[in-house]
Structures are given as structure tokens and as C-alpha cells.
Design a protein around this ligand. Structure first.
Ligand code: GLN
Length: 274
């Protein structure tokens, strides 16, 4: 005989955070928080009980909750995620905010999101700027599948292209290039913490000592893909703003600036062509 959902929740809460236990239980049983409180005696089916035990164990060894429930929130919206994509970070909201500001100065801005992952940046921009023409690129076909699913869910019209940074864009030019590339330095101890070992390493680190290789490629390759007056906005690591601004200036960008995330860390830098 399996236990009731109330007992299962209590037992799992001794192994993992109470909130995580609740969300996993709701996922497995298709029940709500109210059910857990009002009907704690409801029995789990045997299959639910064993599935729940497996998920609790996976969470206990550090697998991110987002992968276990298959979704995460960004900018107030729920997105599908899988281990093929990074879990959305609130840090990335500043990239969206700055992109929105620039996009709103155009009637129908042409925007490309390089390394779209789960598609969150492109999809939120599509919702904030309904007239924008959006393209999203990722080298990972598995990531593009997740991004397409998310775009469909929100009715976002986005052209998805597989490939490495600018490679699939031929000679096309845009008003705005946005990117949240891999920028964590190889060997950064953060890569071993907070569930990062479960995330796609190619989305987190470029494998270089300063984590700047992808950022450099994106900045140095931007010019032929920007329309006159076009802008590039790029997310980067907590200690990379100065270097990113230098690279932007060296590549001929003006109005080079950086913007802080909610933790007051310079998280996004950008500039525009004259
Ligand atoms: N900000 C993320 C982290 O610190 C990294 C995201 C990225 O590499 N683009 O985990």
C-alpha cells in the first residue's frame, strides 16, 4: 500500500527542500498545493510513488528542479527547458530590457538572437515588440527544438536557424544583434556548483581561460551583419564588462555602455554603429 500525498511530501522534505518536494509531487500526481493541504490522505498510485522517489533522489544529488519538472520561469513566463538548454537566469532580463528599448525606436526592427538556447530572449522580445522581425540562431539542434516548442506555445513568429553564430546568416543585416553566449571561464569553480554540472557545458563555457572567445567572435563578426545605426547587445560575466567595452570600441562601435543586473553587476554591454 502506498502512502498518502501528505506523508509523501513530509518524507521527501527531509531529503530535499520542502518547496521542491511539493513541486515534484504536484508534477507526478497532477495535484495542486490545495490538494496537498486539503486531501493529504489521497494515496499515490504505485507508479506515481516510484516516479516521485526517483525525482526526489535526483534532486537530492543536485539536479536542477527546472530539468526535473521540465520548465522554468523568465520574465514572468513559463518556458520548457531540457538538459539541452541553459536554465533561464534573471540576469538575462537586463539584456531583454536594453534590447526592448532599442527595438522600440524602430517601426519593424530586424533582430537576431545568437545562441538562443531555449529561445527566451527572442520570444520575450517578440511579445514586447510585436512588429519585430526575429531570427534566432543556435548551434545545437536539440536546443532549437526546445526553442521552437516555446515559440509555438507563445505564438511567437521567429525564424530559427541552426549554425555557429553568424554562419547561417549569409550576408543578412539587422538593426539589433543580441546574444547571451557562453562566457564562463574554463576551470571557473562556479561550473562545479549550483547544478551547473547538469547544464550543457557548451552553453556555459567556451573552454578558454578568460571565457571571452565567443564574445570576441560575436563582436568582431558583427559589423557586416548590422544595418547603419544598428546595435549589438551582449551578456557577459561579472568581471568582463571592461574587456567587452574595449572590444566594442576597437570594433568601431560608438555609444558603448554597460548595464547592471538586479544584483548590481555590470551584466550586459553594447554599442551602436554610426
Ligand atoms: N550567468 C550564467 C551563470 O553564471 C552563465 C550564462 C552564460 O554562460 N551565458 O551560470
Amino acid at each position: 500500500m502506498t502512502e498518502g500525498i501528505g506523508d509523501a511530501w513530509r518524507r521527501a522534505s527531509q531529503r530535499i527542500a520542502r518547496l521542491d518536494a511539493r513541486l515534484l509531487l504536484e508534477q507526478v500526481c497532477g495535484c495542486t498545493h490545495v490538494d496537498l493541504i486539503a486531501h493529504p490522505e489521497r494515496k499515490l498510485l504505485a507508479a506515481e510513488a516510484s516516479q516521485f522517489d526517483v525525482l526526489v533522489e535526483r534532486r537530492a544529488v543536485g539536479e536542477p528542479l527546472a530539468y526535473l519538472v521540465g520548465s522554468a520561469f523568465f520574465y514572468g513566463l513559463e518556458f520548457s527547458v531540457s538538459p539541452a538548454v541553459l536554465i533561464p537566469r534573471p540576469d538575462t532580463e537586463v539584456l531583454v530590457e536594453q534590447a526592448k528599448k532599442r527595438a522600440q525606436t524602430y517601426a519593424a526592427p530586424r533582430i537576431v538572437d545568437l545562441g538562443t538556447g531555449s529561445g527566451i530572449v527572442a520570444i520575450v522580445l517578440a511579445r514586447l515588440c510585436p512588429s519585430a522581425l526575429l531570427t534566432a540562431v543556435d548551434v545545437s539542434v536539440a536546443a532549437l527544438d526546445v526553442a521552437r516548442r516555446n515559440a509555438t506555445r507563445y505564438g511567437a513568429q521567429i525564424r530559427f536557424l541552426p549554425g555557429d553564430w553568424y554562419a547561417p546568416l549569409d550576408a543578412e543585416r539587422f538593426d539589433l544583434i543580441v546574444s547571451n553566449p557562453p562566457y564562463v571561464a574554463d576551470g571557473d569553480p562556479h561550473l562545479l556548483q549550483n547544478g551547473l554540472p547538469f547544464e550543457p557545458q557548451q552553453a556555459l563555457t567556451d573552454g578558454t581561460r578568460d571565457g571571452m572567445a565567443c564574445i570576441r567572435s560575436i563582436i568582431e563578426g558583427a559589423h557586416p551583419h548590422l544595418l547603419p545605426g544598428g546595435c549589438l547587445l551582449i551578456e557577459h560575466g561579472y568581471d568582463q564588462a571592461v574587456k567587452v567595452r574595449e572590444l566594442l570600441k576597437a570594433a568601431g562601435f560608438s555609444d558603448v555602455d554597460s548595464w547592471r543586473d538586479s544584483a548590481a553587476i555590470e551584466r550586459v554591454s553594447g554599442g551602436c554603429l554610426p
